[in-house]
Design a protein around this ligand. Sequence first.
Ligand code: CMC
Length: 432
Amino acid sequence: MKLADNKATLSFSNGSPSIEMPVYSGNIGPDVIDIRKLYGQSGMFTYDPGFLSTASCQSAITYIDGDKGELLYRGYPIEQLANKVDFLDTCYLLLNGELPVGQQSKDFHKLVNNHTMVNEQLQFFLRGFRRDAHPMAVLTGLIGALSAFYHDSTDINNPEHRHISAIRLIAKLPTLVAMAYKYGVGQPFMYPQNNLSYSGNFLRMMFGVPCEEYVVNPVLERAMDRIFILHADHEQNASTSTVRLCGSSGTNPFAAIAAGVACLWGPAHGGANEACLNMLEDIQKMGGITKVGEFMEKVKDKNSGVKLMGFGHRVYKNYDPRAKLMQETCDEVLKELGLENDPLFKLAKALEKIALEDDYFVSRKLYPNVDFYSGIVQRAIGIPVNLFTGVFALARTVGWIAQLNEMISDSEYKIGRPRQLFTGSVRRDVQR
Ligand code: CMC
C-alpha cells in the first residue's frame, strides 16, 4: 500500500473541526481513503450497506476492471489462462503468486492427486442425509465436517497446517461433490483414480460406475477444466468476504470454507446458475422462444419481482469476460454432443439478443454474467441442475483459500467487526 500524493478532508456543516485522512494507491484501480481513525477522531462511523464504496482489505490476488470487462488472476488475463494453462496450474498461481514452471507444475499436480481420497468414515456421515437433500446442504455439512477428520491441519495460524488443509480441500472437493451426487441418485461412490487429470477424475467419479470402464471425453474434460478456471476466484465477492470474516476469528480453514459454501448457495451469488437454468426451463414450458417478449416485460416490471437470472453484476458494468469464454465452451460442448439445436441454448441466445438491445438493460449496464451459459454447459455434460452451485464451490475453493491465507499473513489483519446505525428501541424497562 503506498500513500497517494493527496489527502482527503472531511468537513462538517455543524462547525466540528474537519478531519484529514490519508489516501492510498494500489497498483491499478481506484485509490482508497483510510477511515480507520475516523471514529476515534469524530465519534462517527461510515454507513455503507452492501459495501458499495468500501475496500475491506488489501489484496494482491485478483483484479477486476468492471468498466473494461477485465479479470486478472495475479496479473494474468483470464482469457490467456483459460486458453493456455490447466486448472491446477491456475490453483498454484492463485496460491503462490506465480505460474508453476517445469517440475513445479508436475510436483503440484502429484501433490494434489495424492490427496483425492477422503476418510472412509465420511461416507457414513454423508449417509445420514436424506437422499433428496440439496447437494449444497450436503456439501456445507461435509466440508465443515472435514475439520473433525483432519485434526492435524486445523490451526489457521500455523503455515504448515494452512498448506496441508489447502491441498486437502482442493484435492477432496471433486470427490465430495461427486459423492453428494452419487448418493442422491443411489449409485455406488466411485473412488478417485489418480492417473487422470483433475477434471477427468471428476467426470469419472460423477458418471463412471464400478461395473464399466469410463473413458474421459477430452472435449468435456477441457470444458470442465475451463469452468473451474473461470470460477476459481473473483476478489472480494460475498462468499470470499464471508470466508475472510469467518477466518478472521481464528477458526479452522475447513470451517471458514464451509461458511463460504453456505454463502455461495444464494441465488444472487453462486446459486444464480441454478436459478438461470430453472428460469430457461420455465420459459420453455410456457412456450419457449415465442414467450420471450412476454417474459422480458415481466422482468422490466418492478412489481413482478422477476429478474433475468444470469444478467447483471455488481462490478462488471461492461461484458463479463467469463461469459464470453463460457459461451465459446458452450458452443464446443453442444457441438461435441450433437446438441447444437438444444432449445434452451437457442432460448438463452434469444434472451441475450433482446436484452443487449433493450434500453432497460442497456441503460442499467446489465450484461450476461458467467452463469448465463455455465448452466447450459453443465446440463449438456449431464450435471444435474441442483449440483451446479456445488461445482462452483469446488472451483472457488482455491480462491477462498488463497484469500484466507493472504488475510492471515497480512500484518494489518484484525477480527472483522462492522459497526451499525442503531434504529431500534432506546433503553426501556420491562413492565411486569
Ligand atoms: N434482471 C432485471 N433487472 C436487474 C437485474 C436482472 N438480472 N440485475 C439488476 N437489475 C436492475 C435492478 O433492479 C436495478 O434497477 P433500478 O436501478 O431501476 O432499481 C439496477 O438493475 C441495478 O441493480 P442492483 O440490484 O442495484 O445491482 P447490484 O449490484 O446490487 O446486484 C446482482 C448485482 C448480480 C445481485 C444483480 O444484477 C442480480 O440479482 N442478477 C441476477 C442474479 C445473477 O445472475 N447473479 C450472478 C452474479 S455472477 C456470479 C457471481 O459472481 O456470483
